[in-house]
Ligand binder design. Structure first.
Ligand SMILES: [Zn+2]
Length: 542
């Protein structure tokens, strides 16, 4: 049996512009997505103690905002999804009726006090009667980890007793305010009579799966800025377990040491994302090649590797303090990079493939270039092949939309501006995900720049077929797919041709020599012919 997925929401509003509020449309999309993926809805306690289905998900709401009754309940009712509500018992009822606890007052300034309204007990009873589970959210909504033992017990017991008295039914679950929990808090919650307790987890802690702990159950926090990309990436880290995997036993798990704290937001300019799939020690070399004079955020994404050598390499990286995210099933390089994107915060993002090596100091140079060129979506350098052959690949000076429409000459390993990546959904699950990304940027008239003549950013290993070796025979189909998915690029190809910095003969030659014509990247007669023609054309490398 797999571990249920537990989503954590707060308020629902079409126009309250705060992280805590999701729009009704987003909520519906997200729940529908889980249903489409074959997940069955359940209330928290049922899901955690007695999951009936292979794939179960739970929708929870903290704080008892009135908007949940008004806007979320009708949607969830329609979808047949009973949710779980956590009530801060000291704040609902006649006295307060507004969320005004610590950290909440910041939302009052914008004159949207109505959005801070909480339900009263009659309204909460309506939800209970409709099949929702009502859990406790303490009495006064404090940081439980800061309380002494007596105050901690008081908060927990009192809120449980009030929920039970108001609703005349057992209250078995608690959500810790602000997600603040540790082993002491979890132990106290168990003492106070709760069967399950839920926290709130950052993406890294979610991915770092341990055996389930009933009193410190993981939830995925869903916020206003969780668009499709971020929501799906969060799901990818926890949702797609292998078929009937024995990762989680069917027996009731025990209280165990809690998950590690979420790593603090970094001050780094650059995040390096290293997708990992059965690459063994090679990938540790890639990570080790990141040598910079400034802090760099590094995240390794293991795309469900299966070989023991890779497992050892991952353990070694973890021991060195490198963050390792793990997919439960192999989802491909694009999904791995997207997971890494979501798990990092630095404004610039560098995907480093596991068989590539960064040149020392390259990230600084690329980041400096992007800072100097605020309009550019990416910066890159030349590449150097090593392994079975050694060759330097000089890259164009800038992203040329006409050029990239026919041939992908831009390096996979480039430094991207996070905003630009997120705006286009980053890498897509297509055969040529890197080429596709460059085309997408080009058709949006984005720019990307070389960090300077003669500058090499990456060395890459030639060792037989690389990731896309098997894709070469599918080239025609994949290229046709790229054309289909980038209609704007090809509709405006005349404009791009005129703006291209390539010589006119090359501009004429590119559609003839490249585009859908196989093969791409293979040393064949076609390629040799193309290379000879290229050399013969004026305005050579750049
Ligand atoms: Zn709360």
């Amino acid at each position: 049996m797999r571990e249920p997925i537990v989503l954590c929401y707060h308020a629902v509003s079409p126009d309250w512009d705060v992280p805590l509020a999701v729009t009704p449309e987003r909520l519906e999309q997200q729940v529908r997505r889980l249903l489409r993926l074959g997940f069955r809805p359940a209330r928290l306690t049922d899901a955690v103690l007695l999951p009936k289905h292979e794939r179960t998900f739970v929708v929870t709401f903290d704080d008892a905002f009135r908007s949940v009754l008004r806007l979320a309940q009708p949607i969830l009712d329609r979808l047949g999804v009973p949710a779980t509500l956590f009530v801060p018992t000291g704040w609902v009822g006649d006295e307060h009726r507004h969320a005004q606890w610590e950290n909440m007052t910041q939302w009052r300034r914008d004159g949207r006090e109505d959005e801070l309204e909480l339900m009263d007990w009659d309204e909460i009873r309506v939800l209970a009667d409709r099949g929702w589970e009502i859990g406790a959210h303490t009495h006064t909504h404090p940081f439980l980890t800061r309380l002494d033992d007596a105050a901690l017990a008081e908060e927990l017991v009192r809120s449980r007793e009030i929920v039970e008295a108001q609703l005349s039914r057992r209250c078995l679950s608690i959500a810790y305010p602000f997600g603040a929990m540790d082993n002491r808090v979890a132990g106290a919650a168990q003492q106070a009579g709760f069967a399950t307790g839920v926290g709130l987890h950052g993406i890294r802690a979610l991915a770092d799966r341990r055996d389930a702990d009933l009193l410190q159950w993981r939830r995925i926090g869903v916020y206003a800025d969780d668009g499709t990309l971020r929501f799906n990436a969060k799901l990818a880290l926890v949702a797609f377990t292998g078929s009937g995997s024995d990762k989680t036993s069917a027996s009731v798990p025990l209280v165990r040491p809690g998950v590690p704290p979420v790593a603090p937001a970094t001050q780094a300019r650059v995040a390096v994302i290293v997708p990992f799939f059965n690459d063994g020690a090679l990938a540790t070399e890639a990570v080790a090649s990141v040598t910079e004079d400034e802090p760099v955020e590094i995240v390794v994404v293991d795309d469900a590797s299966t070989d023991p050598e890779t497992t050892r390499a991952l353990d070694m990286l973890r021991a060195r303090g490198v963050t390792v995210l793990q997919h439960e099933v192999n989802m491909g390089p694009s999904a791995a990079r997207r997971s890494g994107l979501v798990a990092t915060t630095a404004p610039f993002v560098f995907p480093l493939d596991s068989d590539d090596l960064l040149v020392s100091g390259a990230l600084k140079r690329l980041a400096d270039r992007l800072e100097a060129e605020p309009a550019a979506a990416a910066s890159f350098g030349d590449t150097q092949e090593f392994g079975t052959r050694s060759r330097r690949n000089t890259k164009p000076v800038a992203l040329d939309a006409f050029r990239v429409a026919y041939r992908n000459e831009y390096p996979v390993c480039s430094l991207f501006r996070r905003e630009a990546l997120e705006a286009v959904g980053a890498w897509q699950d297509v055969g040529y995900e890197d080429w596709g990304l460059w085309m997408t940027l080009a058709e949006r008239w984005e720019t990307a720049v070389h960090a300077g003549p003669g500058f090499t950013a990456v060395r890459y290993r030639l060792h037989g077929p690389r990731l896309h070796g098997d894709a070469v025979t599918r080239h025609r189909r994949l290229y046709a797919e790229l054309k289909r998915t980038h209609p704007r690029l090809f509709a405006e190809i005349g404009q791009h041709r005129r703006r291209s910095t390539m010589s006119w003969p090359r501009r004429l030659a590119y559609p003839l020599l490249f585009g859908g014509r196989p093969p791409l990247g293979l040393r064949t007669r076609w390629w040799a012919l193309a290379a000879r023609l290229r050399r013969a054309l004026p305005g050579a490398a750049r």
